[in-house]
Design a protein around this ligand. Sequence first.
Ligand code: AMP
Ligand code: MG
Length: 327
Amino acid sequence: MKTEVLQGKIALKRASELIAQGEVVAFPTETVYGLGANAFDSEAVSKIFVAKGRPNDNPLIVHVADKSDITPLVDYISPYAQAIIDNFMPGPITVIMPKSDKVPSNVSAGLSTVGIRMPMHPVAREFIRECGLPIAAPSANTSTHISPTSAKHVYDDMQGKIPLIVDGGNCEVGIESTIIDTTTDVPTILRPGAITAQDLAKVLGQVVNFTGEVVVAKAPGMKYKHYAPTCEMVVAKELADALAEYDRKSKNCRPVLICSTIWTQKVGDRRVIDVGDNDKQVARNIYGAMHEAQEIGDYIICQDFGDSGVMLSVMNRVIKASGGKRI
Ligand code: AMP
Ligand code: MG
């Protein structure tokens, strides 16, 4: 299959034709690129699983363009869910709600709940509106690969497996949506993202930050090693340790450092990728840095960005990508 990469009106026209025919299309959102299909068409949805090589017990998120499009997808909207819709949508958040019968069971991987998201990205919203349907989508990468934050990332990973990539430039937020389950007594964060526990607590009064071991996987995606680069990656808290590891490894590898601007000024002529000097920049650039690092090197040493605010969400991805290895 030939994979087209298109922009603008022509991309959206072609995308809506393909979606109407039951095909899949990659599209930009403010978080990462998604691989979408008609959420009401279980056959179309199954093509997402095939293209990604995704285990079928890992549910998809249903994307809508307008708040009124949520009602047919869910059984009911609890006061917590309504508060999130009112305060954070459109935006980088996914709300887990009880699913309606209209949503095919492969979208939710057999669960009685469904994840709903209303993206903020203008191209995502136009794409969904043009299709006139809710769009089921996970990230547009092969299962276990790093999430894509540009059309090029999608193309490099998925070419030949999907018919179209709608190119909407680089993703602004850069990490996947916050996922919050509103079907529990206390709303529970299943995946941290750019909207933090603190942001949510202000509106909901209480939230539980999911940190425990996954016994019964509520967000089944959590049990898989997601977001991994193709080479080994480790995390370093101190610059001196990162540099020592780099020098030790450079005898038989091509190590690459991923770090903030301040560290890059102290690494000499070592291979380094600068992800910026504030939280927003680090989130926006982290996946791009991993993509680039696995191209130019074969061993990644990533700075530990700490755990305050959005950095907790960034480190959630970095720790998964490194398989928890620290130096
Ligand atoms: P991705 O955005 O590629 O990580 O894929 C969507 C993710 O959303 C899945 O891996 C799950 O973690 C999460 N998700 C989607 N629907 C549900 C649901 N009904 N319950 C819990 N988690 C969900
Ligand atoms: Mg994903």
